[in-house]
Ligand binder design. Structure first.
Ligand code: BMA
Length: 311
């Protein structure tokens, strides 16, 4: 169960020390810090952070922690938009929303490359979490929210993503033999009329394997006269055929309620980019709040699986 120092009304309970990371914690001049992805290392839990510079474009910094709650940020950013080479013209407006997944012991980071043609999904890998080797631009413009599954399924790498065609934003799935060439794309799920995820949805956390299926923690947007509200919800996907939805939570597991989630550069945003599950089944979800800070909310896998899918 959630520790005593977690409070909240949602299925996820907020850490009482939230926001865990704010701009004052960043040791260089920048505008905001948000949407960080956790990486479990031999030396503690690291967070690859999205930092938005005062110029307006985003890049990545590294925060280090022993307990997954209290972080110290490295003095210098670890990954900047490419200045030369094949990625440069597609990252001219920044790099955003990293999502880290270990596959066969290798730490891959899917992120969004933003250039004048829009958002593309890009892939990098890292050994030391400080140096990042770009592997490929793995979508055309109009796609983002790429998350890798942590293992091959039926011999292929798998990802969820969010291409925009005539749609406002649905979750799709694609497969690859080599992480570079992607295909066999299929729709997985769409926004639901009238619900909290009525307007647009996208994958958020790299899928977590459970006995019941792949738990995908995603974001859903409701459009209101006051602007969008970003919430966090869950869906369970079939282990062998992950394009098949087994069940989808009718309610979010976390909604913006606190001041730090409601007030910021973009109000009313809870936007997760990763989670850590420990050996006892406790889960910490790392999310950006109001595009202005990074927060932590906790639950157990047992609680999420038993309470999130009620009507
Ligand atoms: C999404 C992404 C996120 C951001 C969110 C709320 O579309 O761009 O990076 O946190 O909007 O502004």
């Amino acid at each position: 169960m959630a520790a005593e120092n977690f409070t909240g009304e949602d299925i996820l309970t907020r850490w009482e020390g939230n926001p865990a990371i704010v701009i004052e914690d960043v040791p260089f001049r920048a505008n905001t810090v948000f949407n960080g992805t956790p990486i479990v290392t031999e030396n503690g839990i690291f967070l690859l952070l999205r930092v938005e510079g005062q110029q307006g474009f985003s890049f990545f910094a590294l925060a280090r922690s022993q307990d997954g709650l209290r972080f110290e940020i490295d003095d210098n950013p670890v990954m900047m938009p490419a200045k030369d080479g094949p990625f440069a013209k597609y990252e001219s407006r920044g790099i955003e929303d990293p999502r880290a997944t270990f596959i066969d012991g290798v730490c891959y980071v899917m992120y969004v490359a933003v250039g004048r043609w829009g958002s593309r999904i890009a892939l990098a890998k890292t050994i030391d979490y400080v140096n990042y080797e770009r592997i490929g631009l793995v979508s055309e413009p109009g796609n983002k929210d790429g998350v890798l599954f942590p293992r091959k399924i039926n011999g292929l790498y798998v990802r969820l993503d969010r291409p925009i065609g005539l749609d406002r934003g649905s979750i799709w799935i694609s497969y690859s033999p080599d992480l570079l060439n992607w295909g066999k794309s299929e729709i997985v799920m769409t926004p639901r009329h009238g619900y909290w995820d009525d307007y647009r949805i996208g994958a958020s956390v790299p899928p977590i394997e459970t006995e019941e299926g792949w738990l995908e923690i995603y974001h859903g947007v409701k459009m209101t006269s006051g602007g969008p509200i970003y919430r966090i919800g869950v869906v369970l996907l079939d282990l062998d055929k992950p394009s098949r939805v087994i069940k989808r939570g009718s309610m979010p597991i976390l909604s913006p309620r606190t001041k730090y989630e409601r007030i910021g550069d973009i109000p009313n945003v809870c936007f997760a980019c990763g989670a850590v599950v420990d050996d006892n089944g406790n889960i910490k979800v790392y999310y950006g709040a109001a595009d202005t800070s990074i927060c932590v909310a906790e639950s157990t896998m047992k609680q999420i699986l038993s309470e999130s899918f009620q009507e």
